[in-house]
Design a protein around this ligand. Structure first.
Ligand SMILES: C[C@](O)(CO)[C@H](O)COP(=O)(O)OP(=O)(O)OC[C@H]1O[C@@H](n2ccc(N)nc2=O)[C@H](O)[C@@H]1O
Ligand SMILES: Nc1ncnc2c1ncn2[C@@H]1O[C@H](COP(=O)(O)OP(=O)(O)OP(=O)(O)O)[C@@H](O)[C@H]1O
Length: 312
């Protein structure tokens, strides 16, 4: 056997929706969105090795809550790319999780984005980032953003991206809840309790101006999420988490995406740590993390190559 053996490692970030405008449900079951994503420094790391079939192992944060069957987004991404380019090779994937599972921070989407990039490198498909982005959108609305990272406006299902100018670094305290929320269920609850207005929501101009000026106070004041009332309906205790973070002097607090993670913006890295400590002391989260953003999207971190034939 003289096939080239290699190991590829890719990191991809989780996200916070700084603003999330949601319109009325469309006949296809999806909702038109206008969101401002920020990629933050919680990462998923995917290692891809050549193999005859497809396999997956998972470790790291909340690993026991991740399905390892064919429904796993990393496996789905690998199969999709193999089918798309007509490759017979398999891949052994290992996912190291750093983004909370079912937390509204796109952990599974980051796995899918990282896997697309890792398998693309492993199989040397020569696909462009734009082509990978198109495949990414078929896996999930958040997957294209996990590929590009930084700060971006998402329209359509959240998959039509435009980069947004953002100055400065933003420091977050993240309050996690062990019981995750299901994204489809949160959207269903949105339909029942809010409904949304007809037509396409518009990106929040006040937030975009605040990001351009790099003023964390204005960014904090502009944080907004139309899914928050639905997340609070399903997990009423989040109201207390939001209140404690606000009392700790956060510049703004918001439920990230479909929740239940609460993101609180600090004045500085130290202030984010202090907010996290206040949330812990009040017992209003199952665990806390801190993170900062924006950070880049999916990136190759290691590629090792050796020929299987060379090893004898
Ligand atoms: C809440 C967000 O995280 C905000 O960025 C995303 O909208 C959700 O992105 P995601 O988890 O990648 O979602 P997908 O896997 O594409 O869709 C899961 C389910 O969420 C609902 N969904 C998702 C995106 C969207 N624009 N409208 C929806 O109604 C649909 O019920 C869909 O079946
Ligand atoms: N690789 C994966 N990592 C985590 N969950 C996965 C993965 N693949 C499939 N899932 C399933 O998807 C569900 C949602 O996972 P995920 O962690 O991506 O949620 P989320 O962060 O709320 O997503 P989003 O913010 O994109 O809506 C999980 O409960 C799990 O059943």
């Amino acid at each position: 056997m003289s096939r080239s053996s290699s190991e590829v490692v890719v990191r991809a970030p989780g996200k916070i929706n700084l603003a999330l405008g949601v319109g009325r449900r469309l006949p296809d079951g999806f909702h038109p969105l206008a969101t401002v994503f920020q990629a933050v420094s919680l990462h998923e790391e995917v290692t891809a090795r050549p193999a005859d079939g497809f396999s997956l192992t998972v470790d790291g944060l909340h690993a026991d809550r991740v399905p390892t069957d064919a429904s796993n987004l990393a496996l789905r991404a690998a199969h999709l790319l193999a089918d798309h380019v007509g490759i017979d090779d398999g891949v052994a994937l290992h996912v190291h999780k750093g983004v909370p599972v079912a937390g509204g921070m796109a952990g599974g989407s980051a796995d899918a984005a990282a896997t697309l990039l890792a398998c693309d490198a492993l199989w040397r498909t020569g696909m462009s980032r734009d082509e990978l982005g198109e495949l990414a959108a078929t896996l999930g609305s958040d997957v294209p953003f996990c590929l590009v990272g930084q700060t971006a406006v998402g329209r359509g299902r959240g998959d039509l991206l435009t980069p947004a100018l953002s100055r400065g670094e933003y420091h977050w305290a993240l309050a996690l809840r062990d019981a995750g929320l299901s994204t489809p269920e949160v959207f269903r609850t949105f339909d029942e309790v809010v409904g949304g207005v007809d037509g396409e929501p518009e990106p929040d101009r006040r937030l975009l101006a605040a990001l351009r000026s790099g003023d964390p106070v204005s960014v904090g004041a502009a944080l907004d999420n139309d899914l928050q009332p639905a997340a609070l309906e399903l997990a009423p205790e989040l109201a207390e988490t939001l209140a404690v973070a606000e009392d700790a002097g956060a510049l703004g607090v918001v439920v990230s995406g479909s929740g239940p993670t609460v993101a609180a913006l600090g004045r500085s890295r130290q202030h984010a740590v202090a907010i996290a400590a206040a949330v812990t002391a009040a017992g209003v989260a199952d665990s806390v993390l801190t993170a900062s953003g924006p950070v880049p999207g999916a990136r190759l971190v290691v590629t090792e190559r050796a020929s299987v034939g060379d090893r004898g």
